[in-house]
Write a protein that binds this ligand. Structure first.
Ligand code: ADP
Ligand code: MG
Length: 282
């Protein structure tokens, strides 16, 4: 390979808002045939809004108090949905990909994915997930007391970008810790088929890297696009890791490429650019 041509490729990349860690990264894009896409913050903006609160009075206040200690998109939506000053939280703990717990006014409050859905909230949760939303259960001293529903927005460019990735010969897979309903709704909006194995949902943070490893074990050459702390290991293991520029520092450090524009279209640009660059030096 001519280093000059590779460097020209990386220079052109910078103009397109694609920051490539080193010229050797371009080489790994050549054989990529699968692209794993994180949902929240990658295919979607990750800027969630609180759209529904169901349950006992005080549910939102207690939940927002605990979530004030978390940086998760769900947490930001819940905190933004409660205007008043919040009570203090003690002994805060986050369970990655699942939820948060903390002590508020002497009570142990948990907000997160429901392991068991109480009958009282089953309807709300099912309807929310069917609509592509994320519902989290609030419990006080282990007793479920309410449900908060948050809604995310698909990035306007995601559907076009996924079509472009397909045209480049890449098979897309949506990967998320979120529920199957929300995942399927987002998938359909961007032209992915949940019935054709293009969606993997309910994955714990440490499970994302396993999905990449399984694909590689089946002979796939995998690009991964992600933004979160929970995407870092998968970004590092992938043959090509692309981090959203709006993502967490750990994700950016783990990736080979940073998409400054935080737009999935740049992922297709990155693949196209490196293939072109490599073609000129062959
Ligand atoms: P993704 O893979 O889509 O980026 P995460 O793995 O971060 O999602 O989270 C998976 C699920 O865990 C969320 O959809 C939510 O139900 C729950 N969760 C994670 N963090 C929190 C939090 N701070 N508050 C409430 N729920 C949370
Ligand atoms: Mg994410």
């Amino acid at each position: 390979a001519t280093p000059t041509a590779l460097l020209v490729g990386t220079g052109r990349g910078a103009q397109l808002g694609i920051v490539i860690k080193g010229p050797e990264v371009l080489e790994s894009t050549r054989a990529v045939d699968t692209v794993v896409l994180d949902k929240t913050g990658t295919v979607t903006t990750g800027q969630m809004a609180l759209v529904e609160v169901v349950g006992d009075p005080g549910t939102l206040r207690l939940a927002a108090a605990v979530e004030s200690a978390s940086e998760h998109p769900v947490a930001r939506a819940v905190v933004a949905g409660h205007p008043d000053p919040l009570p203090a939280v003690e002994d805060f703990a986050a369970e990655a990909g699942s939820g948060v717990t903390g002590t508020v006014e002497g009570h142990r409050v948990r907000v997160g994915r429901a392991a068991d859905v109480p009958d009282r909230f089953a309807g709300t949760i099912a309807a929310a997930e069917l609509a592509g939303r994320t519902a989290v259960l609030v419990s006080v001293d282990r007793a479920p007391c309410g449900v908060l529903v948050v809604a995310d927005t698909v990035r306007p460019s995601s559907a076009g970008a996924i079509a472009a990735l397909r045209r480049l010969g890449l098979s897309p897979v949506l990967l998320t810790g979120d529920n199957a309903g929300a995942a399927a709704a987002v998938a359909r909006e961007v032209g992915l088929d949940p019935d054709a194995g293009e969606v993997v949902s309910g994955v714990l943070p440490e499970g994302k890297v396993d999905v990449v490893r399984d694909l590689q074990a089946r002979g796939r050459v995998v690009a991964m696009v992600g933004d979160g702390v929970n995407d870092a290991a998968a970004l590092a293991l992938a043959d090509l890791g692309l981090a959203m520029g709006t993502g967490t520092d750990v994700a950016i450090e783990a990736g080979d490429v940073t998409l400054v524009r935080a737009d999935l279209a740049a992922a297709a640009d990155a693949v196209r650019l490196s293939r072109r660059t490599l073609a000129t030096i062959k």
